[in-house]
Design a protein around this ligand. Structure first.
Ligand code: HDE
Length: 725
């Protein structure tokens, strides 16, 4: 018999950089140097032809190789997630730098310097698996911590509040935002009647609407957005004492967003923009990083705030309870296989470890049911915890048995507890041995289907968010609402939303109404807040318009908390043969010294030759890229280079688009005449600080350019280029 062992792949060095990576090694398959086999391990001699009765005859049923391959292919797809279907993921670690022993006995939060492996999945909510990354939407930010005491999942979002207060409304919300049922339009967009119809009748959504219409809904990168656990959770220390907590993640690169006009263009040019950005950053060693923090609220302070800590439409402003930094989250490894890891990862708010517990937030309570339930249909049975990406690195022993696709081979005769025949094992863990124990919360209440009156202020935090934004960000919110409602066909829907907005801020409502060409209604006939049930007294349940003075929370604004910097920014260097080498060299050096990345764009691919004869490799030809996937543009000088660019419509569009989106633009020498012949001239005339020209030396020009890029965008230009959004 032929020896096959030599044809088996040579085992690569085992990766052991984290306990989870080492654990996943058992399932890694590499085909290098191997023979092709069937699923039964039988070597295949001909994978190109099916078995036939004669070479021009029909295929034979006996062809087990054909049947196996086709059958497997037919079953390759699993249902996509009902929400958060579009996502990307990465491996990494959480490193603790502030021990939380005082508040929790969770083992991974005790020893500073300790590292816990994590897998993170980012997502949009409404779109299907293949939809664009740049939808105006909430982003999911789900983290699986593989701790030594079992898995802890923090299933959060990039916004700290939610649309609804009670889980029973979730199917309604999602039905309203998903494509409309009669024609399945629109994909990955909330700009349609059913969503705004629902919102107009759901005043508790007002605060979340402010967030989701803000620039937070169109991040520049997953690496540049915040993360939040949303609900109030509990920590429990070794004495069983409870502290309320809220999770926060702040990106080291700072927060950055794109413009809506830009987002729409990116969706066409590169619908994988965020996925690609995450992959490339990790691949090139620019590991995404967040500071992880918690707001700690003593039990005694539960009722001290003007809002209810259990209400997921409210935040605890950072100015009232500061965020205590506790460590950092770093993503340093791309998945080996998208399906096996990103698609099959199963998060669950109910995956917590000893030292943690839930609160009675009615949204969280519903989620505690939903996440196991959804995996049962999506991953096909109760053994999804055995899928490699989901299995804990902590030991797992219990009496749960069997079911579809069971991997574990349980030895012994007992699968029940208590038992003597198995020696009594596995045994319950005492608390001192690390056993999980729930918080003994005192409850004394009637069983009611009701909402707490403490959940009835819907507008003051919405107003706080709006009032805490910079003028530019407020304009973006207004423009976003003009776009979304402008896409609604029903006038009644628009009017009800305008009325809702007028309960937050009159100027906000008027700004939106002006763009729509509609008046803000003073009153809506028959309008009733239904979230207290059908028998509620309208007089007592109608939420009150916000009239007070808002608390100012700068942390809510991206622009007011922005930090300058251009780490990992992507800069387009637009050139053609004959380019001015001195300028290109100075700019490329300054960009890489500041942590950015220059990409050479030319009318055609291959090599471009400079004015001194140096050849440069072209990264992208003009027809294959758009300006929107870059953070800034430099146009190279050089007479013949500029002459070529001037004759290229795409080159003109490229700089004009960068100009429209308020990006830094620089050029040297003869390229100034090129810019002056485009729409950039209007910005030049307006004295725009982010259009860099007229410098005596290439070095000076390059450093002014880097400074302009570090400020992200020149928003002042927007009123010139995109006055209506
Ligand atoms: Fe989810 N959510 N959700 N959600 N959610 C799901 O679970 C659900 C909510 C969030 O990358 C589903 O495995 C209900 C809030 C993220 O795999 C499902 C309610 C927040 C992800 C589900 C909420 C989230 C999900 C679909 C209201 C922010 C993606 C697939 C009570 C704190 C996780 C899945 C991933 C996914 C239910 C509300 C975050 C159906 C019932 C609030 C990041 O179980």
């Amino acid at each position: 018999m032929a020896k096959r062992s030599s044809a088996r792949p040579t085992a690569k060095t085992k990766r052991t950089d984290s306990a989870k990576t080492a654990d996943l090694e058992a399932n890694i398959e590499e085909s290098a140097g191997a023979l092709l086999t069937s699923n039964q391990g039988v070597p295949v001699n001909d994978d190109h032809n099916s078995l036939k009765a004669g070479d021009r005859g029909p295929s034979l049923l006996e062809d087990f190789l054909l049947r196996e391959k086709i059958t497997h292919f037919d079953h390759e797809r699993i249902p996509e997630r009902v929400v958060h279907a579009r996502g990307s993921g990465a491996h990494g670690y959480f490193e603790l730098d502030h021990s939380l022993t005082k508040y929790t006995r969770a083992a991974f939060l005790q020893t500073t310097g300790s590292r816990t492996p994590v897998f993170v999945r980012f997502s949009t909510v409404a779109g299907s698996r293949g939809s664009t990354d740049l939808a105006r939407d909430v982003r999911g930010f789900a983290i699986k911590f593989y701790t030594e005491e079992g898995n802890f999942d923090l299933v959060g979002n990039n916004m700290p509040v939610f649309f609804i207060q009670d889980a029973i409304k979730f199917p309604d919300l999602i039905h309203a935002v998903k494509p409309e049922p009669h024609n399945e339009i629109p994909q990955a967009a909330s700009a349609h009647d059913t969503f705004w119809d629902f919102i107009s009748l759901t005043p508790e959504s007002a605060h979340m609407i402010m967030w989701v219409m803000s620039d937070r809904a169109i991040p520049r990168s997953f690496r540049m957005m915040e993360g939040f656990g949303v609900h109030t959770f509990r920590f429990l220390n070794a004495k069983g004492e409870s502290t309320f907590i809220k999770w926060h993640l702040k990106p080291t690169l700072g927060m950055k967003s794109v413009l809506w006009d830009e987002a729409q263009r990116i969706s066409g040019c590169d619908p994988d923009f965020h996925r690609r950005d995450l992959w490339e950053a990790i691949d090139s060693g620019n590991f995404p990083e967040w500071q992880v923090g918690v707001q700690l609220i003593p039990e005694a302070d539960e009722h001290k705030f003007a809002f209810d800590l259990l209400d997921p439409t409210k935040i605890v402003p950072e100015e009232l309870v500061p965020v205590t930094p506790i460590g950092r989250l770093v993503l340093d490894r791309n998945p080996d296989n998208f399906f096996a890891e990103v698609e099959q990862v199963a998060f669950h708010t109910g995956h917590i470890v000893p030292g943690m517990d839930f609160t009675n937030d009615p949204l969280l309570q519903g989620r505690l049911f939903s996440y196991t339930d959804t995996q049962l249909i999506r991953l096909g049975g109760p053994n999804f915890h055995e899928i490699p990406i989901n299995r804990p690195v902590a030991p797992l022993h219990n009496n749960q048995r069997d079911g579809f696709m069971r991997q574990m081979i349980n030895r012994g005769v007992t699968s029940y507890d208590p038992n003597t025949l198995g020696g009594g094992d596995p045994r319950q863990a005492k608390i001192a041995q690390g056993g999980f124990a729930s918080h003994a919360e005192r409850l004394d209440a009637a069983k009611v289907r009701a909402r707490s009156p403490s959940f009835s202020d819907h507008f003051s935090q919405a107003a706080m968010f709006f009032h805490s934004q910079s003028a530019v960000e407020q304009r973006h919110i207004i423009n976003a609402l003009r776009f979304e409602l402008g896409k609604c066909a029903q006038q009644s829907v628009r009017e009800r939303v305008l009325y809702l907005l007028s309960q937050i801020d009159d100027a906000l409502a008027k700004g939106v109404a002006d763009g729509l060409g509609v008046l803000v209604p003073k009153k809506i006939e028959g309008y009733l807040n239904q979230n207290f049930g059908a028998d509620a007294d309208p007089k007592t349940v109608q939420p009150k318009k916000f009239t007070g003075k808002s608390h100012d929370s700068p942390a809510l604004s991206i622009m007011r908390s922005a930090k300058p910097g251009m780490q990992t920014a992507k800069i387009a260097v637009l050139l053609a043969d004959g380019f001015d080498e001195a300028g290109v060299k100075a700019v490329s050096q300054a960009i890489s010294a500041a942590g950015g990345e220059a990409k050479i764009i030319a009318p055609r691919g291959g090599m471009a030759t400079g004015d001194k004869g140096t050849e440069l490799k072209v990264d992208f030809s003009l027809p294959t890229v758009c300006s929107v996937v870059f953070d800034a543009v430099y146009v190279a000088g050089g007479e013949s280079c500029v002459a070529v660019l001037q004759g290229e419509t795409r080159a003109v569009e490229f700089v004009e688009e960068a100009n429209k989106h308020c990006k830094a633009i620089a050029c040297s020498g003869t390229a100034e005449a090129f810019l002056a012949s485009t729409r950039v001239q209007a910005s030049i005339e307006a004295g725009d600080v982010a259009v860099v020209l007229g410098h005596s030396s290439p070095k000076q020009m390059a450093s002014a350019f880097v400074e302009a890029i570090s400020n992200h965008r020149n928003w002042e230009r927007e009123s010139l280029t995109l006055p209506n959004g």
